[in-house]
Write a protein that binds this ligand. Structure first.
Ligand code: SF4
Length: 193
């Protein structure tokens, strides 16, 4: 019994984030949008874990004051602030719950392992929109669903679109674009929600 009590105490000490309240809402700028966004209002302040989380998950933007880190995963933007997690481009509330619960676990894992992680206070290097644009046909044909090739290039730089989304690309330009983007690809294989 004594051993069980001790291990329970250890778990309580290392768990940084214990609970939150979820807020789901539609994008006010795009009332007809099919996706929703969410805020998870955190009951504990996770500011201290953010540089460790940044190292573990490869944030593309890190802001020091007030601290926040933004990740681009599976076409979504996840921003973790000290007392809030924001996620966009969600299908529904069920997906929001799954992703926030996954992030809660990642926060607590990074906190638990923080002695073994080198904290990172900057974002990862980012692809340049202009370099992506050079690979595109620049006809603004809109077949990708974006109004111009420049907007599409921005979406590729953000990780939301890729070469498969531009049907007008030649095989050569597709290969060039894929080669340019390869070093910036996030390893999402282990990220399941
Ligand atoms: S489909 Fe390709 S060429 Fe057409 S607008 Fe989109 S990025 Fe430009």
């Amino acid at each position: 019994m004594e051993v069980q009590y001790n291990s329970r105490c250890i778990m309580e000490v290392i768990m940084l984030l214990e609970s939150y309240q979820l807020e789901i809402f539609n994008n006010e700028c795009m009332p007809g949008a099919m996706s929703v966004q969410c805020f998870a209002h955190l009951n504990q302040d996770v500011s201290e874990v953010l540089p460790f989380l940044n190292t573990e998950l490869g944030g593309f933007t890190y802001i020091k004051d007030p601290p926040s880190v933004t990740f681009r995963l599976h076409g979504k933007l996840l921003t973790v602030h000290g007392k809030k997690i924001a996620v966009n481009a969600l299908k529904d509330e069920a997906e929001a719950r799954k992703i926030v619960e996954w992030m809660k676990q990642e926060i607590n894992n990074a906190w638990e392992k923080r002695d073994k992680i080198i904290p990172r206070y900057v974002g990862m290097p980012q692809p340049q929109m202009i370099q992506i644009l050079k690979c595109l046909p620049k006809t603004n044909c809109r077949e990708c669903g974006e109004p111009t090739c420049m907007v599409f290039a921005t979406r590729v730089a953000e990780g939301v679109k890729d070469s498969d989304d531009c049907p007008a690309l030649t095989p050569t330009d597709r290969a060039t674009l894929d080669a340019y983007m390869k070093p910036y690809a996030t390893d999402e294989d282990g990220i399941l929600w």
